[in-house]
Design a protein around this ligand. Structure first.
Ligand code: SF4
Length: 502
């Protein structure tokens, strides 16, 4: 029997960390004769933890029930935090021992190229995956972005480990003709997942720019190609039939580059009427064209509110932009921010603005200097002063992957040189831009609807809406998890808000 072990993926163009379900497990499942058993790294972690406890306690029985109870929070004391390393169990967890005994081939999906902090999941590092799987006696295949390296933390070289644990290491990269059928058939694995998932949908791979950004792995993995609209619709149909209602068109380097960017969301809306329909990844240069304006209007009309166009700006410093061949200069970004605000700023039914831009910034790029932060804060404050809303500013240190121009030229030279400033730079943006921006987006008294309770931390429940970059809301009481509630905004933290149930 073949088993998939999903250790989660996060790439510049594609997310597969719960509550997202990425494309890799779905496509791989669909490529096999029979839908395989689907396990998550959370299943395996909990199983190993149980084995250890069993050994320590002399083989006490009934652990499955105990741990399943732990997952829904029944045995977590008020002082404790939800264990997000074992939170995302599949329906197969209770049979995991039999599944592992009968598995002949274990397909391990992993790879984080854009590490972040995740509210309710922790992707597996290669070191951890090897430790967890080394005594499973079957053929182990490593796939996913980890084939090109993986990183658990920003500002580092990719993880270097002994890969002899895996009998095969292969990037699964079928053509779009093959994916047409794989995606429809592979939708079935959703049946093995008991909790809500937002489905990451793919529109294209590779990057349409002739010269690529210094740090990016996408051009190493793929040549530019686009999926047929009819294939995406077939996939959405298969998933909708299985009860999926939350989608993000997020697997691509730029949503606006997709030739049928207007039609695809119009048809998904009209045919399947999903509860959530969002996008991700946008090159600002493609927003400020006539076509870009049309796409923006269509996104506001057919997608759901709380939607974000994450701009891979990376830096507002002209020198850094030049040396790293970045995709947008500050003027272009400014115009794109303005255009999306023009159409998307008003709140939708769930209380969030319909469609806002987001900005990604990277520290550690070639040519970075003390003035880089001045350029960044100058432009970010300009947005704030002109009442141009940004849904979020994502700041991370660049990861250095083999084969990229960054790796081949300076490596971690600029990270080493400027690391001492990063905390200060980041904090300045958080205090002076993020905080006042959040107060503008969700002023006190705003009602946010369809907020899902996700984890506990002591007496606080953290919740968020389903979608792309949802705001994290801290509610100062323990609420039942996995429920939808409405909240009123009562305060603002640097990047999250405080709310009370209404
Ligand atoms: S625009 Fe730059 S970051 Fe985006 S996919 Fe292309 S090379 Fe990568």
């Amino acid at each position: 029997m073949i088993t998939i072990l999903d250790c989660y993926t996060d790439e510049p163009a594609g997310l597969g960390v719960p509550p997202y379900l990425g494309t890799y497990p779905r496509y791989i499942a669909g490529s096999l004769d029979k839908i395989p058993t689907y396990l998550t790294i959370d299943d395996l972690r909990l199983y190993k933890l149980q084995l250890k406890q069993q050994q320590e306690q002399g083989g006490r029985r009934g652990w499955e029930k105990q741990f399943a109870a732990k997952r829904v929070g029944k045995v977590i004391k008020p002082s404790q935090k939800t264990d997000i390393k074992t939170y995302n169990l599949t329906k197969n967890f209770e049979n995991i021992q039999d599944i592992l005994n009968n598995t002949k081939e274990l397909i391990i999906i992993a790879g984080v190229h854009t590490p972040g902090k995740y509210l309710s999941a922790v992707p597996g590092t290669l070191k951890e995956i090897i430790k967890l799987t080394k005594d499973i006696s079957c053929k182990k295949i490593l796939t996913g972005p980890a084939v090109y390296g993986t990183s658990a933390e920003g500002g580092k070289f990719f993880e270097r480990v002994d890969l002899s644990n895996f009998q095969k290491i292969k990037f699964f990269n079928p053509s779009y003709d093959e994916i047409r059928d794989f995606a429809v058939k592979g939708a079935e694995i959703i049946k093995q997942i008991p909790d809500l998932r937002i489905i990451e949908l793919e529109t294209s791979k590779g990057c349409s720019r002739a010269k690529h950004c210094s740090f990016c792995t996408e051009p190493l993995k793929n040549r530019i190609s686009f999926r047929k609209k009819s294939d995406i619709l077939k996939e959405v149909k298969a998933l909708s039939r299985l009860g999926v209602k939350h989608f993000r068109l997020g697997k691509q380097s730029c949503y606006y580059s997709y030739p049928e960017a207007v039609e695809i969301i119009k048809e998904i809306r009209e045919k399947f009427n999903p509860k959530v329909l969002h996008i991700d990844n946008v090159n600002p240069a493609n927003v400020i064209t006539k076509k870009g304006e049309e796409i923006t209007k269509a996104i506001v009309k057919y997608c759901t509110e709380g939607n974000t166009a994450a701009f891979g700006v990376e830096s507002f410093d002209p020198e850094v932009i030049k040396q790293n061949n970045l995709n947008s200069d500050p003027e272009t970004t400014y115009k794109a921010v303005k255009l999306i605000n023009k159409y998307g700023k008003t709140p939708g039914p769930n209380g969030m603005p319909k469609f806002l831009p987001g900005i990604n910034l990277l520290f550690g790029l070639i040519g970075e200097s003390k003035t880089t932060n001045e350029h960044n804060t100058k432009w970010l404050k300009k947005f704030l002063d002109e009442d141009l809303l940004l849904r979020r500013i994502n700041i991370r240190q660049v990861d250095i992957f083999e084969g990229t121009p960054l790796y081949n030229t300076v490596g971690n030279k600029f990270i080493k040189k400027n690391k001492k400033y990063y905390w200060k730079w980041r904090n300045q943006v958080r205090q002076e831009v993020d905080w006042p921006m959040l107060e503008k987006i969700t002023p006190k008294g705003t009602i946010l609807k369809d907020v899902r309770t996700e984890i506990w931390d002591g007496k606080t429940t953290f919740a968020r809406q389903i979608g792309t970059y949802p705001l994290i809301i801290g509610i100062k009481q323990r609420l039942e998890l996995n429920k939808f509630i409405n909240i009123k905004v009562t305060g603002h933290m640097l990047r999250s808000i405080i709310g009370e149930v209404v």
